[in-house]
Design a protein around this ligand. Structure first.
Ligand code: HEM
Length: 542
C-alpha cells in the first residue's frame, strides 16, 4: 500500500521516521518501565539493520508463512524489531499457553492502534481496546450471553438457520458462499438484535460487508506509520494520500453502522412500544434478543441506560466478529469435503447410523458423533480463520526460558504455525480428522491426550480468548451435520466429465477466507429434501 502522495513526502517522511525511531527506542522503554537488569538476551530472530530493524525482511502478505520458516531456525519464540518496536512471535502452542494463558494478567492488553481506533472510529472494538473498563465491561456482558450454558438457548435458532442454509443451497448451489455468509449474519443479527435478515441484499448485510471492506484500507493492522508513531496522526490526513483519507471516512461510517446504529434502532423501538402502551408485548418479544434484554436490565429510573457505551459496543461484536469468522470456517469445511471425499463419506456414515434417514441432526446429537467432532477440529486447524489471532501487548518485563521479553512488546500468537506444528500434528498439511480419535475401545472416541487441541488454539488465548467460541462451534457443527445429511458435496465437472478442482487459495485481511469456489451439492434423496422442507416453517422467509 502506498501511504505517501509523492516522492518529497516519502523522503521527508522517511527522515522523520528514522529520527523518531531513535527517540522511540529509549523513550518507549522508559514509558513502559522496561529494564533488562540481568542483561538477558532477547529471544532469537533474524538479524535486522540498525534503527529500521527487520522491516525489510517482513513480508507484506501472509507474514505467518515467513514466521513458520524462521521458527525452524530460531525456535518457537521469535524476536523482531520494527523502528525500535519490539515484536514477539509465539509459534508453538506450548509457548502461547505458558505466556498468554498462564501469565495472562500481563499479556492481555492490546497495542495502541490510532489509525483504527482514533481516526477510523473503531475505538470501541475489542481488537484495539486495551485492558480497562471498556474491555472488562464488554467481556462481562459477552460472557453472560455466550457462555456454554447460555449458548444452549440459541441451539434451536442455529439449527433452523442451518436448515435454511441447506434449503437455499438446494435451490441455488452455485451461490453457496453467499448463502453461508447470509445465514451466519442472519443468526448473529437475530441473537444480538432480534432482526430478521432474509436476503443477501438486506441493508444489514451490505453494511456489515462494507464495514469489513472499509478496514482493508489500513492493510496489516498496526503497520501504518501513524500506528508506530501516533504523533504523526496530528498531521492532516491528506498527506497520506486521498485514498487513505477517504478510507478513514468509510471506516468511521462502518464503525457506526455496525456499532451504535443497530443498537439505537432497538432502543428506539422499545421506547416507541413503551409509549404506545404495548410495552408488555414488546418486553415479551424483547427477551429474544441480547439488545432488548440488556436495555431492559440497564434502564435506570430516569430512562437513561447505565453503561450505554459498553452495552452497544459489546453487542456490536456479536454481529461484527461473529458472522465473518464463522462463515469462513463453514466455507473451509465444504472445501475440505470436496477435496477429501473419503473423510466426507466416513462422517456421513456416522451420521446415517444415528439418524437412520428418518430425521435431521440437532445439537443434542453432538456427543454421539465423535468423528464429526474430529472433522470440526480439523476444519479449524487446516485453515485457521485468524492466522495471527489479534495482537496482545505485554505490560511488564518478563523472563521466559532465560530470555528477556520487554514491557511494551507486541505479542503475536502465530495460530498458523501452531496449527501446522509437525511435532503436534503428523503430516500437518493433510486433512486428517482421525488424528483426534482413539479407536482402542473398538469404536471411535475423541482422544483426551492431545498435546494441542485446535479448539484451544484457533480461538486465541488468555484473558482475550474469543468470547464467541461456544456460539461459533455450535453454529459450525450444526451446519456441517445438516449439510452432510442432506447433500453429497462433490467437485463439479466440466462438459467432458473432467473434475474442476476448486481453488484453495485464501485471502486474508484479519480474517482469512477461501477465494470463491464452486461446489456440486447433490441432494441425497427426495425423502431427505422433504424432511428438510417440512422442518422449516415458512422456509422462503428464513
Ligand atoms: C470460527 C469462528 C471464530 C474464530 C476462529 C474466532 C477467533 C478469534 C480469535 C483468534 C480472537 C483473538 C483472541 C486473542 O486475542 O487471543 C478472537 C477474538 C474475539 N472474538 Fe472470535 N472467533 C470466532 C467467532 C466469534 C464469534 C461468533 C463471536 C461473537 C459472537 C466472536 C467474538 C470475538 C470477540 C468480541 C473477540 C475480541 C475479544 C477481546 O479482545 O477481548 N468471535 N476471536
Amino acid at each position: 500500500m502506498t501511504f505517501f502522495s509523492d516522492t518529497y513526502i516519502l523522503i521527508s517522511g522517511f527522515v522523520l521516521l528514522v529520527t523518531l525511531a531513535l527517540l522511540r527506542r529509549s523513550k518507549f522503554r522508559m514509558a513502559m518501565k522496561s529494564h533488562n537488569h540481568l542483561s538477558l538476551p532477547f529471544p532469537p530472530g533474524p538479524t535486522g539493520v540498525p534503527l529500521l530493524g527487520n522491516i525489510h525482511q517482513m513480508p507484506v502478505k501472509d507474514a505467518w508463512l515467513q514466521f513458520r520458516e524462521w521458527s525452524k531456525v530460531y525456535g518457537d519464540v521469535l524476536h523482531l524489531s520494527i523502528f525500535g518496536k519490539d515484536i514477539i512471535v509465539l509459534t508453538s502452542y506450548e509457548s502461547a499457553d505458558k505466556l498468554l494463558n498462564k501469565r495472562g494478567a500481563m499479556y492481555s492488553s492490546r497495542p495502541r492502534a490510532p489509525v483504527m481506533a482514533d481516526h477510523g472510529g473503531w475505538y470501541y472494538n475489542l481488537a484495539c481496546v486495551p485492558t480497562g473498563e471498556l474491555m472488562h465491561g464488554q467481556r462481562r456482558l459477552l460472557n453472560q450471553f455466550l457462555n456454554p450454558s447460555a449458548v444452549r438457548k440459541y441451539e434451536e435458532l442455529l439449527t433452523k438457520k442451518a436448515r435454511s442454509l441447506a434449503f437455499h443451497t438446494s435451490q441455488k448451489p452455485a451461490c453457496f458462499q453467499a448463502h453461508s455468509r447470509m445465514h451466519t449474519t442472519a443468526s448473529v443479527m437475530k441473537i444480538a438484535y432480534g432482526f430478521e435478515v432474509v436476503s443477501e441484499d438486506d441493508q444489514a448485510m451490505r453494511e456489515a460487508e462494507d464495514a469489513v471492506k472499509s478496514l482493508e484500507v489500513i492493510g496489516t493492522p498496526g503497520s501504518h506509520p501513524i500506528d508506530m508513531f501516533p504523533i504523526l496522526g496530528k498531521l492532516p490526513l491528506w498527506i497520506w494520500g486521498q485514498t487513505f483519507a477517504k478510507g478513514m471516512e468509510q471506516m468511521r461510517k462502518g464503525a457506526y453502522n455496525v456499532g451504535l446504529k443497530p443498537y439505537t434502532i432497538v432502543r428506539n423501538q422499545m421506547y416507541y412500544d413503551r409509549v404506545m402502551l404495548t410495552y408488555a408485548k414488546a418486553a415479551g418479544e424483547a427477551t429474544q434478543s441480547m439488545a432488548s434484554e440488556l436495555i431492559e436490565s440497564h434502564t435506570l429510573p430516569d430512562g437513561s441506560i447505565k453503561d450505554e457505551e459498553v452495552v452497544w459496543a459489546a453487542l456490536s461484536h456479536v454481529y461484527f466478529a461473529g458472522a465473518d469468522t464463522t462463515s469462513s470456517a463453514i466455507d473451509t469445511f465444504v472445501l475440505a469435503m470436496m477435496i477429501y471425499p473419503k473423510v466426507q463419506e466416513k462422517a456421513r456414515q456416522e451420521l446415517d447410523a444415528l439418524l437412520q434417514g428418518e430425521r435431521l441432526p440437532t445439537l443434542a446429537d453432538r456427543v454421539s458423533l465423535p468423528y464429526l467432532h474430529a472433522v470440526m477440529k480439523e476444519t479449524l486447524r487446516w485453515k485457521p480463520v485468524l492466522p495471527l489471532g489479534l495482537p496482545h501487548l505485554l505490560e511488564r518485563d518478563d523472563i521466559y526460558n532465560g530470555m528477556f521479553l520487554p514491557a511494551g512488546a507486541v505479542v503475536l500468537s502465530d495460530i498458523y504455525s501452531m496449527s501446522f506444528d509437525a511435532k503436534c500434528f503428523r503430516n500437518p498439511f493433510e486433512f486428517d480428522p482421525s488424528r483426534f480419535l482413539d479407536y482402542s475401545q473398538g469404536r471411535a472416541s475423541l482422544r483426551t491426550d492431545i498435546a494441542s487441541d485446535p479448539e484451544d488454539i484457533t480461538f486465541g488465548f488468555g484473558r482475550r480468548i474469543c468470547p464467541g467460541r461456544h456460539l461459533a462451534s455450535s453454529s459450525l457443527w450444526i451446519t456441517m451435520a445438516t449439510l452432510l445429511t442432506v447433500f453429497e458435496i462433490k467437485v463439479p465437472k466440466d462438459q467432458d466429465g473432467k473434475e474442476i478442482m476448486p481453488n484453495i487459495d485464501y485471502v486474508t485481511h484479519i480474517v482469512s477466507h477461501p477465494e470463491p469456489y464452486r461446489g456440486d451439492f447433490v441432494s441425497r434423496s427426495k425423502t431427505v429434501l422433504e424432511i428438510l422442507v417440512n422442518s422449516i416453517e415458512g422456509v422462503q422467509n428464513h
